[in-house]
Design a protein around this ligand. Structure first.
Ligand code: FAS
Ligand code: PHB
Length: 390
């Protein structure tokens, strides 16, 4: 098979790029290791920056998001049994975020690819990029035991943190930066009315908690747990009781509990791989960078990668101008590191670190007090949360 851009990974990054390039007449093939049902079964991000929402509309996939998603102008930080609202609209110059689940937008992207006869190959095994330093790179894979090959001009590694693309870059070329946090997030979905119309990020001595949502009848909650915990350690009753302990009384009294329909633990790490280009292979999304979900930057930073690649390929194929592609890694990493900083800062502020010293605990208190005493501090928080410019 021959194409222009071969995309490894059928998550939001790969699908979004495939859809955007298709609309500009640029051919792609997407190779996804899992089945579609498996990809859609993963519960992940819930908050979209405006920039990501705009990309969905440009990809002709924004109609359901605009109909079913919620525009949020603020969120709450809970601490010492009090709720403080962060007014995103006021402190970001009128901006907001879109609350719409990653599962749903991934579904929208798949349906658009189907509608436009996009080539998305599922259950692609042993995917392997080849000759990425040449002008004729190719990707091999197998389906049902039959070996296949895609010849292309460029390869996109959109295969997530555990993918093959980043690992195929020589160790003397790739530089990795990593910070692993001493806790994870236990997340649940429940068909219950969300406890709050806006998100609540709760700082508590027992550990962090987050009240989020997917709709007015589908709630998403998280609590910080030790890395040694497993999902089996947490019955629904134990989860709800612990979540209530970490929320202000005025909130926990209102919490509607119910059976969980999904329960999973995600480890927290900060990770960046540099460069994000090797020859004619480009890394995008979680293949190149990971953030703790505290700042809701993960999927949104994948969005800016895709935005830069999309415009880079359009200029390359339509104008013969490869400046955008040549500058991709440097431009993407500049925004990636700002998202890393914000995610690390908010994670450090809101979580209880098992071996923290009293000085660090005092700093958390002071940081929280400073935040709500300073318009400048809230403007900084707001501009990062709604998303820095692409
Ligand atoms: P993805 O990992 O989503 O997609 C990569 C795709 O490549 C997968 O479908 C995988 O099956 C496929 N693949 C892997 N190896 C392959 C191979 N060798 N060959 C072919 N295909 C291969 N972000 C937030 O903003 N908020 C959150 O709350 C949040 N929660 C998260 C919870 C968890 C458990 C995880 C893992 C991530 C979370 N994230 C969150 C981040 C997440 O949303 C990512 O940023 C987002 O999925 C990035 O999308 P992709 O770059 O497409 O990577
Ligand atoms: C979610 O709804 O899953 C969510 C929202 C905000 C975050 C992390 C996760 O910061």
């Amino acid at each position: 098979m021959k194409t222009q851009v071969c995309i490894i990974g059928g998550g939001p990054s790969g699908l979004m790029l495939s859809q955007l390039l298709h609309l500009k007449g640029i051919e792609t093939v997407v190779l996804e290791r899992q089945t579609r049902d498996y990809v859609l079964s993963r519960i992940r991000a819930g908050v979209l920056e405006n920039g990501f929402a705009k990309l969905m509309r440009e990809a002709q996939c924004g109609e359901r998001m605009d109909r079913e998603g919620e525009i949020h102008d603020g969120f709450f930080l809970a601490h010492a049994d009090k709720l403080n609202r962060v007014d995103l609209h006021k402190y970001s110059g009128g901006n907001s975020v879109m609350v719409y689940g990653q599962t749903e937008l991934t579904r929208d992207l798949y349906e658009a690819r189907d509608r436009m006869n996009g080539i998305v190959i599922h259950s692609a095994e042993n995917v392997q990029p080849h000759d990425v330093k040449s002008d004729m790179p190719y990707v091999t894979y197998s389906v049902g035991g039959e070996e296949k090959r895609v010849d292309c001009d460029f390869i996109i590694g959109a295969d997530g943190f555990h993918g093959v693309s980043r690992k195929s870059i020589p160790s003397d070329v790739i530089k990795e930066y990593e910070k692993v946090y001493p806790f994870g997030w236990l997340g649940v979905l429940s068909r219950t009315k969300p406890v709050s119309p806006e998100l609540i990020y709760a700082k508590h001595p027992r550990g962090f908690a987050l009240c989020s949502l997917r709709s007015q009848v589908l709630s998403r909650y998280y609590i910080q747990v030790p890395l040694t915990d497993s999902v089996e350690d947490w019955s629904d009753e134990a989860f709800w009781a612990e979540l209530k302990r970490r929320l202000p009384a005025e909130v926990s009294e209102q919490l509607i509990t119910g059976p969980t329909i999904e329960k999973s633990i995600a480890p927290l790490r900060s990770f960046v791989a540099e460069p994000m280009r090797y020859g004619n292979m480009f890394l995008a999304g979680d293949a190149a960078h990971i953030v703790p979900p505290t700042g809701a930057r993960g999927l949104n930073t994948a969005g800016s990668d895709i935005y830069y690649l999309y415009h880079g390929f359009v200029d390359h194929y339509q104008k013969g101008d490869s400046t955008g592609l040549d500058n991709y890694s440097e431009k993407a990493l500049s925004r990636v590191w700002k998202a890393q900083r914000f995610s690390w800062w908010l994670t450090t502020l809101l979580h209880t670190f098992p071996d923290s010293i009293e000085y660090d605990q005092k700093l958390q208190e002071v940081e929280m007090a400073y935040l709500f005493s300073s318009d400048a501090a809230q403007s900084s928080l707001a501009e990062n949360y709604v998303g820095l410019p692409f």
